[in-house]
Design a protein around this ligand. Structure first.
Ligand code: NAD
Length: 482
């Protein structure tokens, strides 16, 4: 059985606590590894290693830091097939998705910030009174990057790459539920010759080592992606100490469908937005708002398409829906469906746990892709993130009502608008309360743009050079020369 070790000061080490957590494959419900459950002593070792690596790494020329990130990207590319397989086993998501999306995008994050390291610039301002201001952008020191289970390698690299590019040393904490790709990545860091202590990866559970990292006074900034409740708890710890914090949190994203949308790409896009990775992507469109004149046509076709999604062993090439990530998560999703039923929702397809045909997966945690309608816009199912393969359909009469339903939740992560009326698309883009808005598409990402949400979906949006700025401290220098 595989032992997943911490990566501290360039070495792979078991936790000093001697404790181990089970790592379980969601598609089979069997344990296939043991994970170091880190404690305070591991954290002290990691912080000390990062602090001692910081002076040299922060003074390493940006071009050389970029070269190191590119080497890491190339290592991922060279290992893409084993990484895609590992991530599929670890998360339960179809291997076609990990091959096409997660692993290539993880490499792209590192390539992007390899380039960004050399493009990062600071500002200078001339004053007529005879002075020049220039702003130094100094790396912060030791920073923490905490990531969730749903896109494990992609989100880990999305956080550590700008931090390292800007000259910081990092303590990363991957999710204890899906730690395997981070573990493989730590071995790639060794092979690539990343200087010891520049990146340290501590494994273990959130309330334990996660909370300890957040509370540690040696950590200058925290970049967190995960649930809104966890984000709030981290903010409570960090705020009184005025440390920098970036939070990328949950969503309840609307896909807004108008009658004049280009039908075929819209249908395909809205299904993909609802059910990719079994609905376990923060950007998934879990509320589908449909103009009433085409509501019935849309509903019937949507239900047919969702009912036809191929559910099965994530390792099969033709599987479109794999397992959800854990037993607890499966039960939470099914509980939400039951509550929706009790609130008067009609289950149009799905709604239950499922035993797939594949013998290997008989005990796995699968859920039928589910479509619900008939619920009020303010019902729990339409307000709270379920994070599973559950989509609720809501009819609307006009643009104003669509907007009011779309904005009527505490979240504001993403929205997609499907319409052939370009003026309307721009009007909605202006008024939708969301950090990411897609028009006639979903989940297209340009890494130069900010990523993240408004309201309870987070603060401190990061993208492109902005992400590098987050990981620096501006220091203004004013020179009087006259
Ligand atoms: P989570 O909040 O339970 O855990 C995220 C990470 O935080 C894990 O590594 C966990 O171990 C750690 N953690 C838990 N409690 C902690 C604490 N008290 N202190 C420090 N660290 C702690 O989230 P999850 O269940 O792993 O992920 C799903 C959530 O992530 C969903 O809500 C989803 O919307 C969100 N998400 C958001 C984005 C985004 O970009 N906005 C992207 C992906 C996922």
């Amino acid at each position: 059985m595989e032992k997943i070790l911490n990566y501290i000061d360039g070495e792979l080490r078991a936790s000093t606590t001697g404790r181990w957590l089970e790592v379980i494959e969601p598609a089979t419900a069997t344990s296939y590894g043991q994970l170091s459950d880190s404690g305070d002593e591991d954290l002290e070792l990691a912080v000390a290693a990062a602090q001692s690596a910081f002076p040299a790494w922060s003074r390493t020329p940006a071009e050389d830091r970029g070269r190191m990130l590119r080497r890491l990207a190339q290592k991922i590319e060279a290992m893409s097939e084993p990484l895609a397989l590992a991530e599929s086993i670890d998360t339960g998501k179809p291997i076609t998705l990990t091959r096409k999306v997660d692993i290539p995008r993880a490499a792209r994050n590192l390539h992007f910030f390899a380039d960004a390291a050399t493009q990062f610039a600071s500002e200078a301002h001339y004053m007529e009174a005879g002075a020049i201001n220039y702003t130094l952008r100094m790396p912060l020191g030791v920073v923490a990057c905490i990531s969730p289970w749903n896109l494990p390698l992609y989100l880990l690299t999305w956080k550590i790459a700008p931090a390292l590019a800007a000259g910081n040393c990092v303590i990363a904490k991957p999710s204890e539920i899906t730690p395997v790709t981070a573990w493989l990545f730590s071995r790639l860091c060794q092979e690539a010759g990343l200087p010891p202590g520049v990146l340290n990866i501590l494994h273990g559970n959130g309330p334990g080592i996660g909370q300890a990292i957040v509370a540690h006074p040696g950590i200058s900034a925290i970049s967190f992606t995960g649930g809104t409740a966890t984000g709030a708890s981290i903010a409570r710890t960090v705020a009184p100490e005025f440390r920098k914090l970036s939070l990328e949190l949950g969503g309840k994203n609307p896909s807004i469908v108008f009658a004049d949308a280009d039908w075929e790409p819209m249908m395909a896009g809205v299904v993909r937005a609802g059910y990719s990775n079994q609905g376990q992507i923060c950007l998934c469109g879990s509320r589908v708002l449909v103009e009433s004149s085409v509501y019935e046509k849309f509903r019937d076709e949507f239900v047919t398409r969702v009912g036809a999604l191929q559910i099965g062993d994530p390792l099969n090439e033709d599987t479109e829906q794999g397992a959800v990530v854990s037993l607890a998560h499966r039960d939470k999703i099914l509980d939400c469906v039951e509550k929706a039923r009790q609130a008067g929702g009609k289950i149009l397809t799905g709604g239950s746990a499922l035993e797939p045909d594949a013998e290997r997966c008989r005990d796995g945690w699968f859920i039928e892709p589910t479509v619900i309608d008939g619920l009020a816009a303010d019902s729990d199912c339409n307000q709270e993130e379920i994070f599973g393969p559950v989509v609720s359909l809501i009819p609307f009469e006009d643009e104003a009502q669509a907007l009011s339903i779309a904005n009527g939740t505490r979240y504001g992560l993403a929205a997609s608008v499907w319409s052939g009326n370009i003026g309307r698309c721009h009007r909605l883009a202006e008024q939708l309360q969301a950090g990411l808005i897609w028009i006639n598409t979903w989940m297209m990402r340009d890494l130069r743009t900010p990523m993240g949400g408004v309201k309870n979906s987070g603060v401190g949006r990061e993208g492109g050079l902005e992400a590098m700025r987050f990981f620096t401290e501006p220091r203004n220098v004013c020179i009087k020369y006259r």
